[in-house]
Design a binder for this molecule. Structure first.
Ligand SMILES: Nc1ncnc2c1ncn2[C@@H]1O[C@H](COP(=O)(O)OP(=O)(O)OP(=O)(O)O)[C@@H](O)[C@H]1O
Length: 246
């Protein structure tokens, strides 16, 4: 699924937060958006998902402009925000069914899609448990399953591993990479953690609202004359990359 972000700038009040950000994503590939806290990642996600209104520039999904055809463009997007957005007292299945109804799926289609997603995320046995009973890693999986119920072509994840322990972080990252490889999903994974990025990923480095690098991890390292992504990130941003331990 193609997405083009074209010269998007944004400011809160008089404070610029994004400056002429442009990129497009490779269909069916995993993209890591790496940026320290405050880089503007959540603001960009807010614009792509229309939580925030575009001020300048445009965003197109499969050629459909968010400005001109917002409803059609939004059908293409599944999103997992930084904050848990599940109802903790409802069961896993109820959370999914509610979301499917919001997307206009019939009850029959919704049930079928829920079954498929629960199986794919190895959650079938937890379907009737309240979300509150699940650990953090499983809750995040439910959120991703929910984001995919309406079969979007693009999955956005905003720091999805925040608050998870190391094995859960790694498991979730690997799971999303599999979705990309097996289902042809286009993924944009925002993080400030270098461990979640691999050298063969398309990497977008955002810093203080500007896109400082965009390309395969290897090419970015080579262009900067740096041995690792962590060194490249530091050279470009002046910020030591954050790791799970700090
Ligand atoms: N509603 C708001 N009003 C004013 N400033 C804001 C608002 N939301 C975010 N900001 C500021 O905009 C800048 C970018 O924030 P944003 O949340 O987009 O960055 P981020 O890369 O997602 O970082 P984080 O992971 O910490 O959320 C920050 O300096 C932040 O303080």
């Amino acid at each position: 699924m193609s997405i083009e972000v074209d010269r998007v700038s944004f400011q809160y009040g008089r404070r610029p937060v994004l400056r002429e950000v442009s990129f497009d994503l490779t269909p069916s590939a995993f993209h890591a958006m790496l940026g320290p806290n405050g880089a503007g990642k959540s603001t960009l996600f807010g614009l792509i998902t229309r939580l925030l209104a575009l001020q300048s520039g445009d965003i197109k999904l499969r050629g459909r402009s968010l400005r001109k055809q917002p409803a059609a463009a939004m059908q293409e997007i599944g999103v997992v925000f930084q904050q848990n957005a599940l109802d903790m007292d409802l069961t896993v299945r109820q959370n999914l069914m509610y979301h499917a109804a919001l997307h206009g799926l019939s009850r029959k289609a919704a049930r079928q899609r829920c079954d498929e997603e629960l199986a794919r995320f190895e959650l079938t046995e937890r379907g009737n448990d309240a979300v509150r009973q699940l650990n953090g890693g499983h809750r995040r999986r439910v959120e991703i399953a929910r984001a995919l119920l309406h079969r979007p072509g693009l999955l956005l994840l905003d720091e999805p591993t925040v608050g998870l322990d190391v094995p859960s972080r790694q498991g979730l990252n690997a799971h999303v990479r599999r979705l990309c490889a097996e289902d042809g999903l286009t993924v944009l994974w925002a993080t400030h953690l270098i461990e979640e990025v691999e050298r063969q990923d398309r990497v977008l480095i955002l810093h203080q609202g500007q896109l400082l690098a965009d390309g395969h991890g290897d090419s970015i390292c080579e262009a900067q004359g740096q041995p690792t992504l962590a060194d490249t990130f530091q050279a470009l941003t002046g910020a030591a990359s954050q790791t799970e331990s700090n």
